[in-house]
Design a protein around this ligand. Structure first.
Ligand code: PMP
Length: 407
């Protein structure tokens, strides 16, 4: 891989230079959201200062400019995901909305009594609850796919659970709590043998390694901009063109129609049919800037850097008395979920916060995954491309001090 310097990348993030509780910020809560480079912040500022307009409808210069920028964002997302065409990309608020869109649109027409939706125990609540809701309405079943002790999807159980009843497999490309990266391509190929569709939740994956939806052969792929150095409120859903073409609109309103009459309303072609109302135009501009920023790096070099940092962090954390990492999948992103003997996870997060170190404590919206380990709550440090080994050292030093202070 080419050269990558986290120190250089950090220079683009104004927020990484602030202090918290009198200490330099150490942001290790990237699984919750990533920070934004100045290129994104400046793109938002430039848009709202000089280019703000609604799109599509207006017959004026700025409406045309905004439309072009919005559609350039769609094309950039398509390139980023390796999608065959920009028309296979639907803008949404984020991963949660993408999953709900598929459940409410595709699910309503393709699920029925006796049908199965396979969902690994690993999943984020946003890739469980929308399926439970649509299953209840359509009388389909949500079937959990168990995990191994390491926190990988049990591949034998998965193969056993697949059947001609399976309509959908919904799984994450990377777990937000264990970091596990399952063999999505192989699992997708297997699901397709049964005629099932596959939805991949890429919320945690996209910032950590390059994604190619054509190679995965995924039917749906969802991600959130805010976990990818872009603003909150914008995300994308990729759907295979032939699948998307057959999907009914899930919300009605402006922008998504061809013509409206009280007698008969017809809809616009996809993807616009799926984007009712005014979208987050500024968010798309910010996402475009984030993709440009990320695209300025050698992605393989970034992944290699993160892998090195992860290995370093695992070794360093192992030296903290009483610390146990949760999950041990060999293939995983830089997510370190842990328990500390004698400490409540919320107390650990509080202690670290006093040292300016931001981690997350709680159930991480993945209660079944934690329950697999007999836990209700855990602490999680999640790393991004701008984190450094010095920051890991600070985390470890602060945790050691906590253990010493508690005797
Ligand atoms: N899936 C995974 C794996 C996640 O980590 C998250 C966010 N924590 C989501 C889905 C939901 O993303 P959002 O809240 O941005 O919709």
């Amino acid at each position: 891989p080419g050269a990558y310097s986290a120190e250089t990348a950090r220079q683009d993030f104004p927020i990484l230079h602030r202090t918290v509780n009198g200490r330099p910020l150490v942001w290790l809560d990237n699984g919750a959201t990533t920070q934004k480079p100045r290129q994104v912040i400046e793109a938002l500022g430039a848009y709202y200062s000089a280019a703000n307009s609604n799109i599509h409808r207006g017959a004026h210069t700025m409406a045309r400019e905004a439309t072009e920028a919005y559609e350039a964002g769609r094309a950039a997302v398509a390139r980023f995901l390796g999608a065959p065409t920009p028309d296979s990309i639907v803008f949404v608020r984020g991963t949660t909305e993408a999953v709900n869109l598929v459940a409410q649109s595709w699910g309503r027409d393709n699920l029925g009594p006796g049908d199965d939706i396979l969902v690994p125990v690993l999943e984020h609540h946003s890739n469980i609850v929308p399926w439970q809701m649509i299953a209840k309405e359509t009388r389909a079943r949500v079937v959990p796919v168990p995990l191994t002790p390491e926190g990988e999807i049990d591949r034998f159980a998965y193969a056993d659970l697949l059947s001609s009843r399976t309509q959908l497999v919904a799984l994450s490309h990377a777990s937000n709590v264990l970091g596990t990266v399952p063999p999505v391509k192989e699992m997708t190929a297997l699901a397709h043998r049964y005629g099932a569709k596959v939805l991949v939740d890429g919320a945690q994956a996209v910032a950590h390694f390059p994604v190619d939806v054509m190679d995965l052969d995924a039917d749906f792929y969802a991600f959130s901009g805010h976990k990818l150095f872009a603003p909150t409120g914008i995300g994308a859903l990729y759907a295979k063109p032939e699948v998307l073409a057959g999907m009914r609109p899930w919300q009605g309103g402006g922008n998504m129609i061809d013509s409206v009459a009280f007698g008969l309303t017809t809809f616009a072609p996809v993807p616009h049919r799926m984007e009712a109302g005014t979208g987050d135009i500024g968010g798309v501009i910010g996402l475009l800037a984030a993709l440009d920023w990320l695209g300025s790096f050698d992605r393989d070099a970034v992944t290699a850097y993160e892998e090195g940092l992860m290995a370093y962090a695992q070794q360093a954390l192992a030296t903290v008395p009483g610390l146990e990492l949760v999950g041990a999948a060999p293939e995983r992103i830089a997510v370190l979920t842990f328990t500390l003997a004698g400490q409540d996870p919320a107390g650990v997060a509080d202690w670290l916060d006093r040292d300016g170190i931001a981690i997350r404590a709680g159930h991480h919206c993945a209660q079944p995954a934690l329950a697999h380990y007999g836990l209700e709550s855990a602490a999680r440090a999640s790393l991004a491309l701008y984190n450094t080994s010095e920051e890991v050292d600070q985390l470890v030093a602060s945790l050691r001090q906590l253990q010493m202070a508690s005797g």
